[in-house]
Structures are given as C-alpha cells and as structure tokens.
Design a protein around this ligand. Structure first.
Ligand SMILES: *[C@@H]1O[C@H](CO)[C@@H](O)[C@H](O)[C@H]1NC(C)=O
Ligand SMILES: *[C@@H]1O[C@H](CO)[C@@H](O)[C@H](O)[C@H]1NC(C)=O
Ligand SMILES: *[C@@H]1O[C@H](CO)[C@@H](O)[C@H](O)[C@H]1NC(C)=O
Ligand SMILES: *[C@@H]1O[C@H](CO)[C@@H](O)[C@H](O)[C@H]1NC(C)=O
Ligand SMILES: *[C@@H]1O[C@H](CO)[C@@H](O)[C@H](O)[C@H]1NC(C)=O
Ligand SMILES: *[C@@H]1O[C@H](CO)[C@@H](O)[C@H](O)[C@H]1NC(C)=O
Ligand SMILES: *[C@@H]1O[C@H](CO)[C@@H](O)[C@H](O)[C@H]1NC(C)=O
Length: 242
C-alpha cells in the first residue's frame, strides 16, 4: 500500500508542476472503499490499511457519514461513534449505523486523501452468512486464524480472545489462531473468534467467523491442494501459534 501511495503521490506531483498547494486545493485522492459486515451490539475499530500512520492529530482529518445529509463524526469519547485521528470507533453498533463513511485527510506535505468505509449491520443470527475467508486445505491439523481486522483490534486494545465452534464455547482457547488437530468431518463448522476489549472502562466484543471445510478421508485421487482463499490467510500463514 505504501508503495502504491508513493506512486500515486508521485503522479500527483508530476501532474502539477506548478506546485503541490494548487493540487491539494483542487484534488483529493480517493482510496479504495473497505467493506465490513458487522454484528449489532458489538464494537468495531476501523483503520484503513492504506493509512501510513493513524496517530495523526484529530484536526488533520475529518470523518463523516454519507447520506441525504452529511453527518460529521465527533472526537467526543462519550459518543457511540467517534474518531481518534485515523481510527474510527463504533461502539454498541446499531442497525442504523449501516452506510458509508468517509475520512478526509490532509498530510503535512499538503496532499489530500479520502478514505472510504462501507459497513452493513446484521443480527447475530445471520452469523453463518458473515464469514471471512474460509479454510479449505488438505492439512491434517487445521489452523484457523482469527480474521486480521479482529486480531488487530485485539492487539490495539490488549483484549482477550475466546473461540466458538458454531454456538459452543471452546474452553481454554485464547490464541489468535485456533488449531484443530487431526481434523475430521465432524470438525467442519463455522468457527468464531470473539475479542473482548475495554474502552473507557467498558467491555466490548468484536468478532469474526470462518468456515472450516474438512474433506472426507479418501483415496489418493481425491486429494487436492487448494490454494489459500483469502488475503488474511496469506498474511497469517507465517505466524506462529505459540
Ligand atoms: C462538518 O465538518 C466540516 C469540516 O470540518 C465543516 O466544514 C462543516 O461545516 C461541518 N458540518 C456540520 C453540519 O457541522
Ligand atoms: C446498546 O444499544 C441498545 C439500543 O440499540 C441499548 O438497548 C443497549 O442498552 C446498549 N448497550 C450498551 C451496553 O450500551
Ligand atoms: C439509530 O439508533 C440509535 C440507537 O439504537 C438511536 O439512538 C438513533 O436515534 C438512531 N438514529 C436514527 C437516524 O434512526
Ligand atoms: C496537521 O495539520 C497542520 C496544519 O494543516 C500541519 O502543519 C501539520 O503538519 C499536520 N500534521 C500531520 C501529522 O499531518
Ligand atoms: C443466509 O443466506 C441465505 C442465502 O442468502 C439465506 O437463505 C439464509 O436465510 C441466511 N441465513 C441467515 C441466518 O440469515
Ligand atoms: C484478559 O485476560 C486477562 C488475564 O486473564 C485479564 O487480566 C484481563 O482483565 C482480561 N481483559 C479483558 C478485556 O477481558
Ligand atoms: C461478549 O461475548 C460473550 C460471548 O458471547 C458474552 O458472554 C458477553 O456477554 C459479551 N460481552 C459484551 C460486552 O457484549
């Protein structure tokens, strides 16, 4: 992303030889929209992966919700939706939070970027339809990584993981990656990691689910190497479970 942004910055500079200040007034670069499906009552902490450093002064970015009328988002911590620099917080998410959000950021060098976020809010009951990338490989021991965004929230707020298989708690599992040893057909299910974290002395949950597929133990002919199905899986592949 950094390289991409650098390239885009170069393009901007090249196309405006008269100086950057002119460019920043007239143009603001739109970055790709991120999309998340979230669960009502939970919390979410959003930082665009395209952002170099979210720890910018609050004054240097404005966040708003799009719609018939644009609604500015506050930095006031007592509000359910507020921001700190590049990070947008959604606490106790409500169904009417669905929609698109935009952050307008001016960098110290005068460049301007638009970050776009789309969220759609669902009831817990729809969880089976809200999975991140699925796990489908021929490994005997399956690794199920908590979706990257949820793991990042847990790291940022020093939260704790719990894991569920379907609706059932898996006691004693508190790692970012769940290991299912000697996976059998019965292990095929939706697995959910919930990160529990605190913000202003209140507890919040952020969760993400993945579907695990397990092939029947079968003859050689059926063994098939399936490549990773999602970005998260690629990212998480090298991590240790320790
Ligand atoms: C929202 O914020 C922008 C930028 O700070 C400002 O220009 C605009 O007046 C604000 N709108 C409302 C309704 O407060
Ligand atoms: C979350 O919001 C709902 C209304 O959408 C409210 O009934 C509930 O008390 C809130 N929960 C917390 C922990 O603030
Ligand atoms: C959205 O829901 C929240 C809590 O459930 C409520 O306080 C707020 O008024 C609602 N906003 C709209 C625009 O319906
Ligand atoms: C924040 O904005 C001010 C004024 O526009 C600028 O001087 C400063 O360099 C910016 N800082 C960052 C970290 O973006
Ligand atoms: C999941 O999606 C399918 C297909 O869109 C739908 O038929 C089903 O009702 C959904 N399940 C839940 C629990 O929302
Ligand atoms: C996480 O677990 C640790 C140790 O069990 C505990 O001290 C801490 O309060 C927990 N944090 C949250 C947010 O539940
Ligand atoms: C977080 O999720 C756990 C497990 O579903 C639940 O027991 C707990 O009440 C939830 N906490 C909050 C603050 O939503």
């Amino acid at each position: 992303m950094d390289a991409c942004r650098l390239f885009l910055s170069l393009l901007l500079m090249m196309s405006t030889p008269r100086g950057k200040s002119e460019a920043s007034k007239s143009s603001c670069l739109n970055l790709d929209q991120d999309f998340y499906r979230l669960i009502k009552g939970e919390a979410f902490y959003y930082v665009s992966y395209a952002m170099d450093d979210p720890k910018m002064p609050d004054e240097n970015i404005t966040w708003y919700k799009n719609g018939p009328e644009i609604k500015n988002i506050t930095t006031d911590e007592t509000h359910r939706i507020h921001y700190h620099g590049g990070a947008l917080l959604f606490l106790n998410i409500s169904a009417n939070d669905s929609g698109t959000y935009t952050g307008r950021h001016i960098t110290p060098s005068g460049e301007c970027f638009y970050y776009h976020l789309k969220i759609e809010v669902f009831n817990e009951i729809s969880r089976e339809n809200l999975t991140y990338g699925s796990i489908k490989n021929s490994d005997q021991n399956k690794k199920i990584p908590c979706p990257q965004q949820i793991e990042d929230i847990c790291t940022t707020f020093n939260g704790n993981f719990t894991w569920f298989k379907g609706a059932n708690l898996l006691p004693g599992h508190h790692e970012a990656i769940l290991l299912v040893e000697n996976a059998e057909k019965d292990d095929e299910d939706i697995y959910t990691c919930i990160c529990t974290w605190t913000h202003n002395h209140k507890l919040y949950n952020s969760s993400g689910s993945r579907k695990l597929f397990v092939e029947e133990k079968a003859s050689y002919r059926n063994v098939e190497i399936t490549s990773p199905t999602s970005k998260e899986q690629l990212v998480d592949k090298g991590k240790k479970t320790s």
